[in-house]
Write a protein that binds this ligand. Structure first.
Ligand code: ADP
Length: 596
């Protein structure tokens, strides 16, 4: 508290006032004392003269010592002072307090000697007669021009001091009151002077705590007014700068959060300071958990740690690049680590590009080319064999030649079918197919399709039935494409069901939580699909039993899946091996009322 400006100003004022009052009081007291003593001296001289005049007649008339003593006692009673009358020999003739006979010779007393020498004698000293300090004033007693004795008047100094003490107390009380008032005024002035400073201080505190809208107006003193204006300008600038920075920060944070690439930032010691959302998902940890940990503790991936270490130990500011597979998530990533150094610190930025999808697409592409070549190789090889057999002479045997040509036609048909399906699939996948979406009644659509397939099923010794349950809603769909899905599923069911089997195609209103629409299923009593193959059955070219030549291309279910998905629906399968009671497969698909 005593370090504050206010207290410093107030205490300086107070010290000054107290000192001035003290000095003034001392001076005043001295002055009053001097004045008092001078007055007293004049009074005593006047009284001594009166004593001198009164005692003159006794000397001229040669009065007795008793008469002089009586005079001294009377005058002492009247003046309140001690009166002494001494003759020229120094013998005390009268005294207002003591018996003169008992008193020693006063001829040697300084005031007596001085009075005889210069007309007035004065002395302050201890009186051996009365036993305390006295102030003496003496004047000669003259008869005509002749000096006959000395009249002395004395007053006890304690008496003087008592009077002076009273004056000193009055002065001290006045000085104390003046000092007290002055202190109050000093404190008020200090408060008034420091109030603008206090306001500035409050504004600065508000600014420091983030309240940038705080402004202040000070009219006086001018210097503080200017300081306040400077503060206001600073607050304005600060606000503008902070809002610009937070806008930038917001943009940066939004970019970081929505970036597809993972970002990891570490401090100079390799401790994680930030992971963006993509990095959280790629590395399988959270920003909160990783913060403050070393990268090795946070992620536990050798390659990633190695990448950062490489970047930290290399002197050049070049980025370090590494392609690797993350141990935990098995994702393929391209990591680029860069040092961001300024004069006194370093940070490291690791950008993680998830290449898993790219790699998967690449391997799908490679697998696709492999599959297409494999699928074409078989019919082409049998075509070649047939052509060679024809060239080797079978052409001369018309019935055999006819048979070979028929077989060649089947192979060509199969290849044509495959190429058509491939084209179809690629067009659906790339969104080139226009779906003719119309309100469709699934009851008639399913019944008609099943009717058309009945002959084929009967030829294979299989019963094909329809079950339409409940009030089917009208669904917006491309009827022809949905028919194609149904044909594929029924066709597969016939193909993979040995006689005597049964296929039931059922359709009912879908009541799944998120979709309301229709649900269709094709259930057979066929060979079923091994559990290991279920997940891959809808991939192109995937065939569950590769040894069995079903004559299919492996594309039918992939096409069905794409058509259903293009309608915003789902397709899935439940299946059990072996065939027979409880065996077989059931393919389901559901479509929403309107596709999304
Ligand atoms: P494919 O032309 O070979 O029939 P799909 O894509 O239609 O091609 O079917 C892929 C594979 O799924 C088939 O080769 C078969 O192994 C299996 N599959 C499809 N439907 C059934 C079914 N109803 N019963 C058993 N297996 C089936």
């Amino acid at each position: 508290m005593f370090k504050s400006i206010r207290w410093r100003i107030a205490s300086s004022y107070v010290a000054l006032i107290v000192l001035a009052t003290f000095l003034l009081s001392v001076y005043l007291l001295q002055f009053v004392r001097d004045n008092y003593l001078r007055n007293l001296e004049s009074r005593l001289i006047a009284e001594a003269r009166l004593v001198s005049i009164d005692s003159e007649q006794y000397f001229s008339a040669r009065g007795t010592a008793e008469e002089l003593d009586t005079l001294a006692k009377r005058l002492g009673g009247e003046t309140g002072a001690r009166v002494t009358i001494v003759d020229l020999d120094g013998v005390v003739q009268g005294d207002s307090i003591e018996n003169p006979a008992m008193m020693e010779n006063h001829g040697a007393r300084p005031e007596i000697r001085q009075a005889l020498a210069s007309g007035v004698g004065e002395s302050s000293r201890h009186s051996s007669t009365v036993g305390y300090d006295m102030m003496y004033v003496a004047v000669p007693i003259k008869v005509g021009e002749k000096v006959v004795g000395v009249a002395r008047v004395a007053l006890a100094v304690t008496e003087i001091d008592r009077s002076l003490g009273h004056i000193a107390r009055t002065i001290a009380a006045a000085a104390g009151a003046a000092a007290f008032l002055a202190i109050l005024v000093a404190m008020y002035l200090a408060r008034v002077t420091t109030e603008p400073v206090k306001r500035l201080e409050r504004m600065a505190a508000a600014l420091a705590s983030g309240n940038l809208d705080q402004r202040i107006r000070i009219d006086s003193p001018v210097e503080l007014g200017e300081l306040a204006n400077a503060f206001n300008r600073m607050a304005e600038r600060l606000k503008a700068t902070i809002s610009a920075i937070s806008e930038e920060h917001g943009k940066l944070a939004a970019i970081m959060a929505n970036m597809a690439d993972g970002i990891v930032i570490t401090d100079g010691d390799g401790k994680v300071t930030l992971l963006n959302r993509a990095a959280e998902s790629i590395l399988g940890t959270s920003n909160e958990r990783a913060q403050g940990q070393s990268l090795a503790e946070a992620v536990r991936d050798h390659d990633l740690v190695q990448l950062l270490t490489e970047c930290r130990i290399q002197a050049k500011a070049q980025p370090c690049v590494r392609l690797f597979q993350l141990q935990a998530s098995k994702r393929y990533v391209k990591g680029v680590a860069t040092a961001v150094r300024d004069s006194n610190s370093a940070q490291y930025l690791v950008v993680l590009q998830d290449l898993t999808e790219v790699r998967r697409a690449e391997s799908v592409r490679r697998e696709f080319v492999g599959n297409v070549s494999h699928e074409l190789r078989t019919p082409l090889a049998s075509m070649r064999a047939l052509v060679e057999t024809l060239q080797d002479g079978a052409m001369d045997d018309p019935p055999a030649a006819k048979d070979f040509l028929r077989k060649m036609e089947i192979e060509v048909d199969e290849m044509t079918q495959m190429v058509r399906e491939l084209l179809e699939l690629s067009r659906i996948e790339s969104g080139q197919v226009d779906f003719k979406m119309e309100p469709t009644d699934f009851g008639p659509l399913v019944r008609q399709t099943v009717e058309r397939m009945k002959a084929q099923a009967e030829r294979a010794g299989i019963e094909l039935a329809t079950e339409v349950t409940g009030d089917l809603p009208i669904v917006v769909a491309d009827g022809e494409r949905i028919r194609q899905v149904l044909v594929n599923l029924i066709h597969n069911a016939i193909k993979f069901t040995p006689p005597p089997g049964k296929i039931i195609v059922s359709v009912l209103p879908a009541t799944e939580p998120q979709v309301s629409g229709v649900a269709v299923s094709v259930a057979d009593t066929g060979v079923g699909i091994p559990a290991d193959d279920l997940a891959r059955i809808f991939e192109r070219f995937y065939k569950a039993d590769k040894s069995r030549s079903s004559g299919g291309t492996g594309l039918g279910l992939a096409i069905a899946k794409h058509i259903v998905q293009a309608h915003g629906g789902n397709i899935w399968v439940e299946s059990r091996v072996p065939a027979g009671r409880g065996g077989g497969s059931t393919f389901h698909f559901s479509l929403p009322l309107t596709s999304v």
